[in-house]
Design a protein. Structure first.
Length: 395
């Protein structure tokens, strides 16, 4: 029989993947949504954009909430909110209901993304924390992959009818959460629920005074920004060399596959004595070289290899970074720390996507390549100057 802690983790991983699926739920079927709901492509884009816009103001309050309530309560809030979101979207085949459902999903996304460190502290021994963050990080990109692969298949001839599938899944996961997730272990210490908002703001400021913490925030800002930008603009980048949209989709999917594989490899390397600093230096330099290839090549084989390598280099350190962020903050404030981490990542996505939008409008993709290389150069400097951890903190 599955141990209780793995049962809790399995439910959380499903919720993590579902949240990423719902974030990009309508992106792969934009044209069909435009037709079925009589809206513009930009309105379809807004269904995903609300996630980034709401994450910014909600990240820190959500982190404080995570540190004050139980894992069971957090998971129940997630599932109930997701059921409500899915229900709103099926009430009528109207864009207003689609947007309302996405807004509710977006409001609970910070809780879903940031719970991982607290869950590891509450339910798992210290030597398994990295495994928890590793599996959770994989779930993020599995959810993205499912969105691009299964959503077009499930949508069929009606987007609205396909949303009932989502509702059924949400109800099933919610029932499992209420039935299968017990109370947290009694020995767990949480931030007092009566603490004022000054407590978590003060703790956040203390974290930002720590050089390694700031270095990791810079790294996730740049790495997540790079990945979001290259994913957003991959089609026009490759179309310059007459690469088909179908091939572009394969390259994008291989970036996710490379990232998931890398998340298995990087913790294994740490267990064998390789430092996080060494992994990040090698990954950043390799990503810079791969960027040139991605912008210059028209060979399908070369592009597929480059996409796989780029995803592996950008995404593989993610669980290690989350682990260090949580350990730097300490068990009581792990939720707040990971919320700050994802806040920096979302901010990077918004900034770097916007920076490349000007390039996209002008078609000067040589400049786009230079901008992305520059982000990796800054990331390398942050790694070299800011990361000097004890190796045992990650093992």
């Amino acid at each position: 029989m599955m141990p209780i802690r793995y049962r809790v983790l399995a439910i959380y991983i499903v919720l993590q993947a579902v949240m990423q699926l719902e974030w990009l739920r309508f992106a792969p079927i934009t044209d069909q949504v435009v037709t079925d709901y009589a809206v513009t492509p930009s309105q379809v884009g807004t269904l995903s954009l609300v996630f980034a816009l709401l994450f910014m103001p909600l990240a820190l309050p959500t982190g404080a909430l995570i540190d004050r309530i139980s894992i069971r309560a957090s998971l129940r809030i997630m599932t109930v909110s997701m059921v409500l979101s899915a229900l709103l979207r099926v009430l009528a085949p109207s864009y207003v209901f689609l947007l309302a459902g996405q807004i509710v999903f977006a409001m609970v996304q910070p809780l879903t993304m940031s719970l991982v460190a607290r869950l590891a502290v509450v339910w798992f021994p210290k030597n398994e924390h990295i495994k928890v963050t590793e599996l959770s990080s994989m779930a993020i990109f599995v959810g993205v992959g499912i969105a691009f692969v299964l959503v077009p298949m499930s949508a069929g001839h009606s987007v609205h009818l396909s949303l009932f599938i989502d509702l059924a899944v949400m109800i099933g996961v919610a029932l499992l959460t209420f039935v299968c997730v017990p109370n947290d272990p009694a020995h767990i210490v949480m931030t007092p629920t009566g603490s004022s908002t000054r407590v978590w703001w003060t703790q956040a400021i203390k974290m930002l005074r720590t050089a390694p913490f700031v270095a990791i925030l810079i790294i996730i800002f740049l790495a997540n920004g790079y990945f979001a930008a290259i994913s957003t603009w991959l089609e026009p980048i490759l179309s310059r060399h007459h690469v088909s949209p179908q091939t572009t989709g394969i390259v994008a999917l291989l970036m996710l596959v490379g990232g998931v594989v890398g998340m298995v490899i990087s913790p294994a390397l740490v267990r064998r004595g390789v430092t996080l600093r060494g992994i990040l230096i090698a990954a950043t330099l390799t990503a810079a070289a791969t960027t040139f290839v991605l912008f210059a090549s028209s060979s399908i084989i070369v592009l597929c290899i480059a996409g796989t390598a780029l995803g592996m280099m950008l995404l593989s350190p993610l669980p290690l970074l989350i682990q260090v962020i949580a350990e730097t903050a300490g068990d009581i404030h792990a939720g707040t720390a990971v919320s700050i981490f994802w806040l920096a990542g979302n901010a990077g996505a918004v900034v770097i996507i916007q920076a490349l939008s000007t390039v996209a409008n002008s078609g000067r993709w040589e400049l786009g390549c230079e901008i992305l290389i520059a982000t990796l150069a800054i990331q390398l400097i942050a790694v070299m100057l800011g990361l000097r951890y004890r190796q045992e903190s990650l093992t």
